[in-house]
Design a protein around this ligand. Structure first.
Ligand code: SAH
Length: 498
Protein backbone atom coordinates (compact mmCIF):
# COMPACT_ATOMS: atom_id res chain seq x y z
CA UNK A 1 0.00 0.00 0.00
CA UNK A 2 0.92 3.62 0.11
CA UNK A 3 2.38 6.12 2.55
CA UNK A 4 1.08 9.67 2.25
CA UNK A 5 3.26 12.27 3.86
CA UNK A 6 0.92 15.07 4.94
CA UNK A 7 1.79 18.55 6.19
CA UNK A 8 -0.51 19.27 9.13
CA UNK A 9 0.14 23.01 9.08
CA UNK A 10 1.30 25.10 12.02
CA UNK A 11 -1.52 24.33 14.47
CA UNK A 12 -4.78 26.06 13.53
CA UNK A 13 -6.79 23.11 12.15
CA UNK A 14 -8.23 25.40 9.48
CA UNK A 15 -4.76 25.54 7.93
CA UNK A 16 -4.67 21.84 7.08
CA UNK A 17 -5.06 21.58 3.29
CA UNK A 18 -8.21 20.15 1.72
CA UNK A 19 -6.15 17.38 0.14
CA UNK A 20 -4.41 16.61 3.44
CA UNK A 21 -7.74 16.34 5.21
CA UNK A 22 -9.06 13.95 2.57
CA UNK A 23 -5.97 11.75 2.98
CA UNK A 24 -6.52 11.69 6.77
CA UNK A 25 -10.13 10.65 6.37
CA UNK A 26 -9.08 7.63 4.30
CA UNK A 27 -6.19 6.50 6.51
CA UNK A 28 -5.94 3.12 8.25
CA UNK A 29 -2.92 4.22 10.26
CA UNK A 30 -1.74 7.71 11.18
CA UNK A 31 1.85 8.21 12.37
CA UNK A 32 2.23 11.67 13.89
CA UNK A 33 4.66 14.03 15.57
CA UNK A 34 4.60 16.16 18.68
CA UNK A 35 4.07 19.37 16.73
CA UNK A 36 0.75 18.28 15.25
CA UNK A 37 -1.91 20.18 17.20
CA UNK A 38 -4.68 18.34 19.11
CA UNK A 39 -7.30 20.08 16.97
CA UNK A 40 -5.80 18.46 13.86
CA UNK A 41 -5.53 15.08 15.62
CA UNK A 42 -9.28 15.34 16.30
CA UNK A 43 -9.80 15.01 12.54
CA UNK A 44 -8.35 11.50 12.49
CA UNK A 45 -11.23 9.06 12.03
CA UNK A 46 -12.00 6.84 15.00
CA UNK A 47 -11.41 3.80 12.80
CA UNK A 48 -7.76 4.70 12.17
CA UNK A 49 -4.94 3.47 14.39
CA UNK A 50 -2.75 6.26 15.80
CA UNK A 51 0.97 5.94 16.36
CA UNK A 52 2.61 8.78 18.29
CA UNK A 53 6.29 9.13 17.48
CA UNK A 54 6.54 12.65 19.00
CA UNK A 55 10.03 13.83 19.71
CA UNK A 56 11.12 15.91 22.69
CA UNK A 57 14.14 18.17 22.11
CA UNK A 58 16.59 16.39 24.39
CA UNK A 59 15.27 12.82 24.71
CA UNK A 60 14.17 11.21 21.47
CA UNK A 61 11.54 8.59 22.30
CA UNK A 62 11.41 7.24 18.74
CA UNK A 63 14.61 7.53 16.68
CA UNK A 64 14.31 8.44 12.99
CA UNK A 65 15.43 4.98 11.81
CA UNK A 66 12.65 3.41 13.83
CA UNK A 67 10.08 5.84 12.37
CA UNK A 68 11.21 4.91 8.87
CA UNK A 69 10.85 1.26 9.81
CA UNK A 70 7.32 1.75 11.22
CA UNK A 71 6.22 3.44 7.98
CA UNK A 72 7.68 0.59 5.93
CA UNK A 73 6.15 -2.15 8.06
CA UNK A 74 2.69 -0.59 8.13
CA UNK A 75 2.66 -0.02 4.38
CA UNK A 76 3.96 -3.50 3.66
CA UNK A 77 1.26 -4.92 5.92
CA UNK A 78 -1.22 -3.50 3.41
CA UNK A 79 -2.36 -0.44 5.32
CA UNK A 80 -3.03 2.99 3.95
CA UNK A 81 -0.62 5.06 6.02
CA UNK A 82 -0.63 8.78 6.64
CA UNK A 83 2.54 10.27 8.01
CA UNK A 84 1.42 13.53 9.58
CA UNK A 85 3.97 16.22 10.31
CA UNK A 86 3.76 19.76 11.68
CA UNK A 87 3.95 22.60 9.18
CA UNK A 88 5.37 21.48 5.86
CA UNK A 89 7.11 18.08 5.94
CA UNK A 90 9.98 19.25 3.75
CA UNK A 91 10.76 22.36 5.79
CA UNK A 92 13.04 21.03 8.52
CA UNK A 93 10.70 18.10 8.90
CA UNK A 94 12.96 15.26 7.74
CA UNK A 95 10.25 14.40 5.23
CA UNK A 96 12.88 13.86 2.55
CA UNK A 97 14.67 11.26 4.67
CA UNK A 98 11.49 9.32 5.29
CA UNK A 99 10.50 9.30 1.64
CA UNK A 100 13.97 8.18 0.56
CA UNK A 101 13.72 5.19 2.88
CA UNK A 102 10.35 4.30 1.33
CA UNK A 103 11.55 4.87 -2.24
CA UNK A 104 14.53 2.61 -1.68
CA UNK A 105 12.32 -0.12 -0.27
CA UNK A 106 10.00 0.14 -3.26
CA UNK A 107 6.99 1.40 -1.27
CA UNK A 108 4.58 3.79 -3.01
CA UNK A 109 4.36 7.26 -1.53
CA UNK A 110 2.90 10.68 -2.04
CA UNK A 111 3.60 14.08 -0.49
CA UNK A 112 0.99 16.67 0.41
CA UNK A 113 2.66 19.95 1.35
CA UNK A 114 1.55 21.88 4.40
CA UNK A 115 1.48 25.50 5.47
CA UNK A 116 4.84 26.11 7.09
CA UNK A 117 5.08 27.87 10.44
CA UNK A 118 7.87 30.00 8.97
CA UNK A 119 5.22 31.89 7.01
CA UNK A 120 2.02 31.22 8.97
CA UNK A 121 3.26 32.01 12.50
CA UNK A 122 4.58 35.28 11.11
CA UNK A 123 1.26 36.00 9.37
CA UNK A 124 -0.77 35.32 12.53
CA UNK A 125 1.71 37.57 14.32
CA UNK A 126 0.86 40.42 11.94
CA UNK A 127 4.15 40.13 10.03
CA UNK A 128 4.14 39.73 6.24
CA UNK A 129 7.37 37.88 5.46
CA UNK A 130 7.97 40.08 2.42
CA UNK A 131 6.91 43.64 1.69
CA UNK A 132 8.21 45.77 -1.16
CA UNK A 133 9.43 48.48 1.20
CA UNK A 134 11.36 46.12 3.45
CA UNK A 135 12.43 42.81 1.97
CA UNK A 136 12.70 41.14 -1.40
CA UNK A 137 13.79 37.76 -0.12
CA UNK A 138 12.90 35.36 2.66
CA UNK A 139 15.44 33.06 4.25
CA UNK A 140 14.35 30.13 6.37
CA UNK A 141 17.09 28.95 8.67
CA UNK A 142 17.39 26.27 11.33
CA UNK A 143 18.67 27.40 14.70
CA UNK A 144 19.28 23.82 15.75
CA UNK A 145 22.87 22.68 15.88
CA UNK A 146 23.89 19.04 15.68
CA UNK A 147 24.61 17.67 19.11
CA UNK A 148 27.54 19.39 20.77
CA UNK A 149 28.36 21.38 17.62
CA UNK A 150 28.22 25.14 17.01
CA UNK A 151 25.57 26.69 14.75
CA UNK A 152 26.36 26.20 11.08
CA UNK A 153 24.99 29.51 9.89
CA UNK A 154 26.68 31.86 7.45
CA UNK A 155 25.67 35.07 9.22
CA UNK A 156 27.73 37.30 6.88
CA UNK A 157 25.87 35.98 3.83
CA UNK A 158 22.50 36.43 5.54
CA UNK A 159 23.23 39.99 6.58
CA UNK A 160 24.53 40.84 3.09
CA UNK A 161 21.40 39.44 1.42
CA UNK A 162 19.25 41.91 3.37
CA UNK A 163 16.06 39.82 3.28
CA UNK A 164 13.67 38.71 6.02
CA UNK A 165 15.21 36.03 8.24
CA UNK A 166 13.01 33.32 9.74
CA UNK A 167 14.70 31.06 12.26
CA UNK A 168 13.03 27.79 13.25
CA UNK A 169 14.08 25.75 16.26
CA UNK A 170 15.91 28.81 17.50
CA UNK A 171 14.67 29.39 21.07
CA UNK A 172 17.66 27.75 22.78
CA UNK A 173 20.12 29.31 20.36
CA UNK A 174 18.52 32.80 20.45
CA UNK A 175 21.53 34.47 22.14
CA UNK A 176 23.95 32.88 19.66
CA UNK A 177 21.76 33.84 16.69
CA UNK A 178 21.48 37.46 17.81
CA UNK A 179 25.22 37.63 18.51
CA UNK A 180 26.03 36.07 15.14
CA UNK A 181 23.96 38.69 13.32
CA UNK A 182 25.44 41.58 15.35
CA UNK A 183 28.98 40.31 14.78
CA UNK A 184 28.26 40.09 11.05
CA UNK A 185 27.39 43.79 11.09
CA UNK A 186 23.61 43.88 11.37
CA UNK A 187 22.23 47.06 12.97
CA UNK A 188 21.09 46.66 16.61
CA UNK A 189 17.95 48.62 15.75
CA UNK A 190 16.79 46.15 13.10
CA UNK A 191 13.21 45.20 14.00
CA UNK A 192 12.89 41.64 15.28
CA UNK A 193 10.12 39.48 16.72
CA UNK A 194 9.24 36.09 18.08
CA UNK A 195 5.92 34.33 17.69
CA UNK A 196 5.36 31.56 20.23
CA UNK A 197 2.77 28.84 19.49
CA UNK A 198 1.84 30.69 16.30
CA UNK A 199 -1.71 30.23 14.92
CA UNK A 200 -2.71 28.46 18.15
CA UNK A 201 -5.13 29.91 20.70
CA UNK A 202 -2.28 30.53 23.17
CA UNK A 203 -0.16 32.47 20.67
CA UNK A 204 2.13 35.15 22.14
CA UNK A 205 4.26 37.71 20.37
CA UNK A 206 7.47 39.26 21.53
CA UNK A 207 8.35 42.42 19.58
CA UNK A 208 11.58 44.35 19.73
CA UNK A 209 14.81 44.92 17.88
CA UNK A 210 17.88 42.80 17.38
CA UNK A 211 19.35 44.61 20.37
CA UNK A 212 16.41 44.04 22.72
CA UNK A 213 14.99 40.68 21.62
CA UNK A 214 17.07 38.44 23.94
CA UNK A 215 16.05 40.32 27.07
CA UNK A 216 12.40 40.65 26.10
CA UNK A 217 12.10 36.98 25.20
CA UNK A 218 13.67 36.04 28.53
CA UNK A 219 11.29 38.40 30.41
CA UNK A 220 8.28 36.89 28.70
CA UNK A 221 9.63 33.37 29.14
CA UNK A 222 9.20 32.54 25.44
CA UNK A 223 9.49 28.82 24.87
CA UNK A 224 9.52 26.42 21.96
CA UNK A 225 7.83 26.17 19.52
CA UNK A 226 8.51 29.71 18.47
CA UNK A 227 9.54 31.46 15.29
CA UNK A 228 12.21 34.17 15.30
CA UNK A 229 11.83 36.79 12.59
CA UNK A 230 14.40 39.46 11.89
CA UNK A 231 13.99 42.29 9.41
CA UNK A 232 12.17 45.52 8.60
CA UNK A 233 8.85 43.70 8.09
CA UNK A 234 8.66 43.22 11.88
CA UNK A 235 8.02 46.98 12.21
CA UNK A 236 4.51 46.32 10.77
CA UNK A 237 3.56 43.90 13.55
CA UNK A 238 1.71 46.42 15.75
CA UNK A 239 -0.36 47.85 12.94
CA UNK A 240 -1.16 44.49 11.38
CA UNK A 241 -1.89 42.65 14.61
CA UNK A 242 -5.20 40.80 14.09
CA UNK A 243 -5.14 37.31 15.56
CA UNK A 244 -4.61 38.31 19.16
CA UNK A 245 -7.34 40.91 18.81
CA UNK A 246 -9.99 38.32 17.97
CA UNK A 247 -12.72 38.61 20.60
CA UNK A 248 -12.28 35.12 22.08
CA UNK A 249 -8.47 35.00 21.91
CA UNK A 250 -7.14 33.42 25.09
CA UNK A 251 -10.49 31.83 26.03
CA UNK A 252 -10.70 28.09 26.49
CA UNK A 253 -14.14 26.65 25.81
CA UNK A 254 -15.53 23.16 26.30
CA UNK A 255 -18.16 22.47 23.65
CA UNK A 256 -20.50 19.71 24.74
CA UNK A 257 -22.57 18.25 21.95
CA UNK A 258 -24.32 15.15 20.69
CA UNK A 259 -22.00 12.61 19.08
CA UNK A 260 -21.97 12.68 15.30
CA UNK A 261 -23.39 16.16 15.14
CA UNK A 262 -22.19 19.67 15.78
CA UNK A 263 -18.82 20.99 14.80
CA UNK A 264 -20.36 24.22 13.55
CA UNK A 265 -20.41 25.84 16.99
CA UNK A 266 -16.77 24.85 17.50
CA UNK A 267 -15.89 26.35 14.15
CA UNK A 268 -17.65 29.61 14.94
CA UNK A 269 -15.88 29.86 18.30
CA UNK A 270 -12.50 29.04 16.75
CA UNK A 271 -13.06 31.64 14.04
CA UNK A 272 -13.44 34.16 16.85
CA UNK A 273 -10.12 33.06 18.34
CA UNK A 274 -11.15 30.62 21.09
CA UNK A 275 -9.39 27.42 22.01
CA UNK A 276 -12.08 24.79 21.70
CA UNK A 277 -12.15 21.35 23.27
CA UNK A 278 -14.98 19.21 21.99
CA UNK A 279 -16.84 16.71 24.11
CA UNK A 280 -19.49 14.59 22.40
CA UNK A 281 -21.20 13.77 25.69
CA UNK A 282 -24.55 12.44 24.53
CA UNK A 283 -25.55 10.02 21.88
CA UNK A 284 -29.00 9.20 20.61
CA UNK A 285 -30.20 5.80 19.56
CA UNK A 286 -33.48 5.25 17.70
CA UNK A 287 -35.92 2.96 19.48
CA UNK A 288 -35.93 0.12 16.96
CA UNK A 289 -38.07 -1.80 16.42
CA UNK A 290 -40.75 0.59 17.59
CA UNK A 291 -44.15 -1.14 17.24
CA UNK A 292 -45.91 1.84 18.78
CA UNK A 293 -44.55 4.23 16.15
CA UNK A 294 -45.27 1.70 13.40
CA UNK A 295 -48.90 1.49 14.50
CA UNK A 296 -49.18 5.26 14.59
CA UNK A 297 -47.62 5.63 11.13
CA UNK A 298 -49.84 2.86 9.69
CA UNK A 299 -52.76 5.21 10.20
CA UNK A 300 -50.90 8.51 9.93
CA UNK A 301 -53.96 10.05 8.29
CA UNK A 302 -55.70 9.98 11.67
CA UNK A 303 -53.46 12.79 12.88
CA UNK A 304 -53.66 16.43 11.99
CA UNK A 305 -50.14 17.28 13.16
CA UNK A 306 -46.85 15.45 13.50
CA UNK A 307 -44.42 17.18 15.88
CA UNK A 308 -40.63 16.83 16.09
CA UNK A 309 -38.39 18.27 18.78
CA UNK A 310 -34.98 17.31 17.36
CA UNK A 311 -33.17 16.08 14.28
CA UNK A 312 -32.69 12.76 16.11
CA UNK A 313 -36.48 12.37 16.25
CA UNK A 314 -36.74 13.02 12.52
CA UNK A 315 -34.03 10.43 11.88
CA UNK A 316 -35.71 7.80 14.04
CA UNK A 317 -39.06 8.49 12.35
CA UNK A 318 -37.52 8.20 8.91
CA UNK A 319 -35.72 4.94 9.74
CA UNK A 320 -38.94 3.47 11.08
CA UNK A 321 -40.92 4.57 8.03
CA UNK A 322 -38.33 3.19 5.59
CA UNK A 323 -38.20 -0.02 7.62
CA UNK A 324 -41.92 -0.37 7.01
CA UNK A 325 -41.23 -0.09 3.27
CA UNK A 326 -42.92 3.31 3.14
CA UNK A 327 -41.83 6.84 2.35
CA UNK A 328 -43.07 10.41 2.78
CA UNK A 329 -46.29 9.67 0.84
CA UNK A 330 -47.51 7.72 3.88
CA UNK A 331 -48.05 11.07 5.60
CA UNK A 332 -50.58 12.34 3.09
CA UNK A 333 -51.85 15.69 4.30
CA UNK A 334 -50.52 15.50 7.87
CA UNK A 335 -49.01 18.87 8.88
CA UNK A 336 -45.49 19.03 10.28
CA UNK A 337 -44.19 20.98 13.25
CA UNK A 338 -40.48 21.37 14.10
CA UNK A 339 -39.15 22.87 17.32
CA UNK A 340 -36.44 24.89 15.58
CA UNK A 341 -34.35 25.53 12.49
CA UNK A 342 -32.09 22.46 12.89
CA UNK A 343 -35.05 20.11 13.20
CA UNK A 344 -36.66 21.92 10.27
CA UNK A 345 -33.55 21.28 8.19
CA UNK A 346 -33.63 17.57 9.04
CA UNK A 347 -37.18 17.49 7.62
CA UNK A 348 -36.25 19.52 4.52
CA UNK A 349 -33.40 17.10 3.82
CA UNK A 350 -36.05 14.41 3.41
CA UNK A 351 -38.20 16.51 1.14
CA UNK A 352 -40.61 17.53 3.92
CA UNK A 353 -41.32 21.18 4.57
CA UNK A 354 -42.28 22.11 8.17
CA UNK A 355 -45.60 23.96 8.41
CA UNK A 356 -44.83 25.34 11.83
CA UNK A 357 -41.69 26.43 13.69
CA UNK A 358 -42.33 28.36 16.92
CA UNK A 359 -40.86 31.85 17.28
CA UNK A 360 -38.85 30.69 20.32
CA UNK A 361 -37.20 27.30 19.90
CA UNK A 362 -38.19 25.48 23.06
CA UNK A 363 -40.64 22.87 24.26
CA UNK A 364 -43.14 25.19 25.93
CA UNK A 365 -43.34 27.56 22.93
CA UNK A 366 -43.68 24.57 20.62
CA UNK A 367 -46.50 23.26 22.83
CA UNK A 368 -48.33 26.58 22.81
CA UNK A 369 -47.92 27.07 19.05
CA UNK A 370 -49.21 23.56 18.39
CA UNK A 371 -52.10 23.99 20.79
CA UNK A 372 -53.13 27.13 18.94
CA UNK A 373 -52.85 25.56 15.48
CA UNK A 374 -54.30 22.13 16.22
CA UNK A 375 -57.94 21.24 15.77
CA UNK A 376 -57.39 17.49 15.50
CA UNK A 377 -55.02 14.96 17.02
CA UNK A 378 -51.25 15.47 17.39
CA UNK A 379 -48.52 12.82 17.14
CA UNK A 380 -45.27 13.61 18.94
CA UNK A 381 -42.20 11.58 17.99
CA UNK A 382 -39.49 12.55 20.42
CA UNK A 383 -37.02 11.52 23.12
CA UNK A 384 -37.85 8.96 25.78
CA UNK A 385 -37.58 11.64 28.45
CA UNK A 386 -39.00 14.53 26.43
CA UNK A 387 -39.72 17.79 28.22
CA UNK A 388 -43.13 17.83 29.99
CA UNK A 389 -43.52 21.50 29.03
CA UNK A 390 -44.66 20.42 25.57
CA UNK A 391 -47.35 17.97 26.62
CA UNK A 392 -48.54 20.22 29.46
CA UNK A 393 -49.28 22.99 26.94
CA UNK A 394 -51.30 20.58 24.80
CA UNK A 395 -53.18 19.19 27.82
CA UNK A 396 -53.99 22.69 29.04
CA UNK A 397 -55.56 23.49 25.66
CA UNK A 398 -57.47 20.20 25.59
CA UNK A 399 -55.66 18.98 22.44
CA UNK A 400 -55.50 15.19 22.20
CA UNK A 401 -52.14 13.67 21.36
CA UNK A 402 -49.97 10.54 21.27
CA UNK A 403 -46.47 10.95 22.70
CA UNK A 404 -44.18 8.22 21.40
CA UNK A 405 -40.57 7.68 22.45
CA UNK A 406 -38.77 7.53 19.10
CA UNK A 407 -35.23 7.57 20.42
CA UNK A 408 -33.31 7.34 23.66
CA UNK A 409 -30.40 9.39 24.89
CA UNK A 410 -27.22 7.79 26.18
CA UNK A 411 -25.17 10.00 28.45
CA UNK A 412 -21.47 10.15 29.20
CA UNK A 413 -19.52 9.66 25.95
CA UNK A 414 -15.75 9.53 26.08
CA UNK A 415 -14.59 12.72 27.81
CA UNK A 416 -11.30 14.52 27.05
CA UNK A 417 -8.40 13.33 29.22
CA UNK A 418 -8.53 14.56 32.80
CA UNK A 419 -11.79 16.45 32.29
CA UNK A 420 -12.79 16.23 35.95
CA UNK A 421 -9.43 17.62 37.08
CA UNK A 422 -9.48 20.30 34.39
CA UNK A 423 -12.88 21.51 35.56
CA UNK A 424 -11.71 21.56 39.18
CA UNK A 425 -8.59 23.50 38.19
CA UNK A 426 -10.67 26.11 36.34
CA UNK A 427 -9.10 25.30 32.95
CA UNK A 428 -12.22 26.29 31.03
CA UNK A 429 -13.62 29.81 30.83
CA UNK A 430 -16.89 28.61 29.33
CA UNK A 431 -18.77 25.39 28.73
CA UNK A 432 -21.47 25.49 26.05
CA UNK A 433 -24.73 23.58 26.40
CA UNK A 434 -27.09 23.21 23.45
CA UNK A 435 -29.69 21.11 25.27
CA UNK A 436 -30.58 19.91 28.75
CA UNK A 437 -29.28 16.50 27.70
CA UNK A 438 -25.79 17.91 27.11
CA UNK A 439 -25.82 19.15 30.72
CA UNK A 440 -26.70 15.65 31.90
CA UNK A 441 -24.04 14.22 29.58
CA UNK A 442 -21.35 16.39 31.18
CA UNK A 443 -22.52 15.63 34.70
CA UNK A 444 -22.66 11.90 34.08
CA UNK A 445 -19.12 11.92 32.63
CA UNK A 446 -17.64 13.98 35.46
CA UNK A 447 -19.74 12.67 38.35
CA UNK A 448 -22.37 14.58 40.30
CA UNK A 449 -19.83 15.47 42.95
CA UNK A 450 -17.62 17.22 40.38
CA UNK A 451 -16.77 20.92 40.66
CA UNK A 452 -19.10 22.82 38.33
CA UNK A 453 -18.47 26.23 39.87
CA UNK A 454 -15.33 27.27 38.02
CA UNK A 455 -16.73 28.01 34.59
CA UNK A 456 -19.61 29.90 33.09
CA UNK A 457 -22.24 27.76 31.37
CA UNK A 458 -23.39 29.28 28.08
CA UNK A 459 -26.86 27.89 27.42
CA UNK A 460 -28.98 27.88 24.29
CA UNK A 461 -32.27 28.41 26.14
CA UNK A 462 -34.07 28.61 29.47
CA UNK A 463 -34.73 24.88 29.83
CA UNK A 464 -31.07 24.09 29.28
CA UNK A 465 -30.13 26.78 31.79
CA UNK A 466 -32.62 25.33 34.28
CA UNK A 467 -30.94 21.94 34.02
CA UNK A 468 -27.46 23.50 34.44
CA UNK A 469 -28.69 25.44 37.48
CA UNK A 470 -29.48 22.16 39.26
CA UNK A 471 -25.76 21.41 39.44
CA UNK A 472 -24.73 24.85 40.65
CA UNK A 473 -23.45 25.97 37.26
CA UNK A 474 -23.55 29.77 36.79
CA UNK A 475 -25.30 30.34 33.52
CA UNK A 476 -25.93 32.88 30.79
CA UNK A 477 -28.64 32.32 28.21
CA UNK A 478 -28.36 33.13 24.48
CA UNK A 479 -30.70 35.80 23.14
CA UNK A 480 -32.14 33.35 20.64
CA UNK A 481 -31.96 29.57 20.58
CA UNK A 482 -29.42 29.28 17.81
CA UNK A 483 -25.77 28.40 17.41
CA UNK A 484 -25.00 31.92 16.14
CA UNK A 485 -26.61 33.48 19.20
CA UNK A 486 -24.58 31.16 21.43
CA UNK A 487 -21.33 32.23 19.73
CA UNK A 488 -22.41 35.88 20.13
CA UNK A 489 -23.05 35.25 23.82
CA UNK A 490 -19.49 33.97 24.25
CA UNK A 491 -18.15 37.11 22.59
CA UNK A 492 -20.32 39.40 24.73
CA UNK A 493 -19.31 37.62 27.92
CA UNK A 494 -15.65 38.14 27.11
CA UNK A 495 -16.26 41.84 26.69
CA UNK A 496 -16.44 42.04 22.90
CA UNK A 497 -18.98 43.33 20.40
CA UNK A 498 -20.68 40.42 18.66
N1 SAH B 1 8.07 21.43 9.38
C1 SAH B 1 7.77 22.49 10.31
C2 SAH B 1 9.00 22.90 11.09
C3 SAH B 1 9.57 21.84 11.97
S1 SAH B 1 10.93 22.38 12.91
C4 SAH B 1 7.14 23.66 9.57
O1 SAH B 1 7.16 23.71 8.34
O2 SAH B 1 6.60 24.52 10.24
C5 SAH B 1 10.15 22.87 14.41
C6 SAH B 1 10.18 24.37 14.55
O3 SAH B 1 9.16 24.96 13.79
C7 SAH B 1 9.92 24.86 15.96
O4 SAH B 1 11.09 24.81 16.74
C8 SAH B 1 9.50 26.28 15.70
O5 SAH B 1 10.59 27.11 15.44
C9 SAH B 1 8.72 26.13 14.41
N2 SAH B 1 7.29 26.00 14.69
C10 SAH B 1 6.51 24.94 14.48
N3 SAH B 1 5.23 25.20 14.82
C11 SAH B 1 5.22 26.47 15.24
C12 SAH B 1 4.21 27.35 15.71
N4 SAH B 1 2.94 26.94 15.82
N5 SAH B 1 4.55 28.60 16.06
C13 SAH B 1 5.83 29.02 15.94
N6 SAH B 1 6.81 28.25 15.51
C14 SAH B 1 6.53 27.00 15.16
Amino acid sequence: MKVTLVGAGPGDPGLLTVKGRRALERADVVVYDRLVSPAVLELIPASARRIDVGKEASHHPVPQERINQILLEEAQAGHSVVRLKGGDPFVFGRGGEELLALARAGVDFEEIPGVTSAVAAAAYGGIPVTHRDFASSLHIITGHAREGAALEINFEALVRAGGTLAFLMGVTALPAIVQGLLDAGMDRDTPAAMVERGTLPGQRRCLGTLGTLRERAADMGIRSPALIIVGGVCSLAEELCWFERLPLHGKRILVTRPAGRGGTLSEKLRDRGAEVVEFPCVRTEPVLPCPEMERALECAGGYEWLGFTSAAGVEAFWQCLRGMGKDARALGGVKLAAIGAGTGRALEERGLHPDLIPAVYDASHMGRALAEAAGGKVLLLRAEEGSPALTEALEAAGVSFDDIAAYRTIYGGSPPDGLREQLTAGCFDYVTFTSASTVRGLVSAVGEDGDFSRFLGLCIGEQTAGEAGKYGISVRVAERASIDALAELAVRESGGEP
